[in-house]
Design a protein. Structure first.
Length: 275
């Protein structure tokens, strides 16, 4: 059983709690939405799921209904006791009090691999958290995250679109990403001023290109995204290297896909660039 809007207000009011703006708390108050998220996550009995920002457990309960083993992570120490009381008696749910941005993921996930991350992420931490998990936590092989719609579009954007940027390249390096649904503001308590979307991110074998060098090059170029590459990358990539990479120095960063970025990285480092 998942939470209605009335139930969320009761859970908060009975304990003198309120959504915390500093944590970006917007609780999902629609059973159909959380079950839809669980369906998009494609998890089932025996799967291992980590949920970040479990809050009052609306999504946690929907994930538990699938039979998956759910590790629910929540940072708000006022909410954690409420969450524990809600999932008490569910043998497939474990609650952990931790800040996802500084958590010891090796300790939380253990030696198991093939984890699925499912989360309603606060807008202010969504991008750095997803990028950090892709960089540093290979045990998480799939993600279904609910984020601000603009952020979701940026995660999944391809070259040539206005949403495409350095974050798009980083995610494309590690994974494939696709926006699978939009979520109206009306399903949240409190109601946010932005529309949300669900984006699915599935890890893949990355290209044989050094990620640190690649991301540094991409970050420098997109830091001056209106400029041609010959200007934004002056002193880093010379004309001969642009030619060797088969990349036009007159191009702008949003015009290059992952293969082109890998080739540029390779000609400046001597690394291979299989994509």
């Amino acid at each position: 059983m998942t939470h209605s809007r009335t139930r969320i207000h009761e859970l908060l009011g009975d304990r003198g709690l309120a959504p915390r703006r500093d944590l970006g708390q917007n609780f999902v108050a629609d059973p159909n939405t959380v079950r839809r998220i669980a369906t998009f996550a494609e998890v089932r009995t025996g799967d291992r799921v980590v949920e970040i920002g479990a809050g009052l457990g609306s999504l946690t309960l929907a994930l538990a209904e699938t039979g998956a083993d759910v590790t629910a992570v929540e940072v708000d120490r006022g909410i954690v006791p409420v969450l524990r009381s809600i999932v008490e008696g569910l043998p497939n749910v474990t609650v952990i009090e931790a800040d996802a941005m500084s958590a010891d993921w090796a300790e939380i996930l253990g030696t198991h691999t093939g984890w699925t991350l499912v989360a309603n992420l606060p807008y202010n931490v969504a991008t750095p958290l997803v990028c950090d998990l892709l960089d540093d936590v290979p045990a998480i092989t799939s993600m279904l995250v609910m984020v601000q719609k603009e952020v979701a579009e940026r995660f999944a954007a391809g070259p040539g679109s206005k949403q495409y940027g350095a974050v798009s390249v980083k995610i494309a390096y590690w994974a494939s990403a696709k926006v699978v649904a939009t979520v109206p503001a009306s399903v949240f308590v409190p109601r946010p001023n932005v529309e949300s979307a669900l984006v699915r991110i599935d890890r893949r074998q990355p290209p044989d290109t050094d990620p640190d060098r690649l991301f540094a090059l991409v970050k420098q170029a997109f830091g001056q995204r209106r400029k041609m590459l010959r200007r934004s990358l002056a002193g880093v990539v010379n004309p001969e290297q642009f030619a060797a990479a088969d990349v036009s120095p007159e191009a702008r960063p949003e015009q290059l896909g992952l293969p082109e970025w890998c080739r540029l990285t390779s000609v400046t480092t001597g690394a291979r660039h299989e994509v």
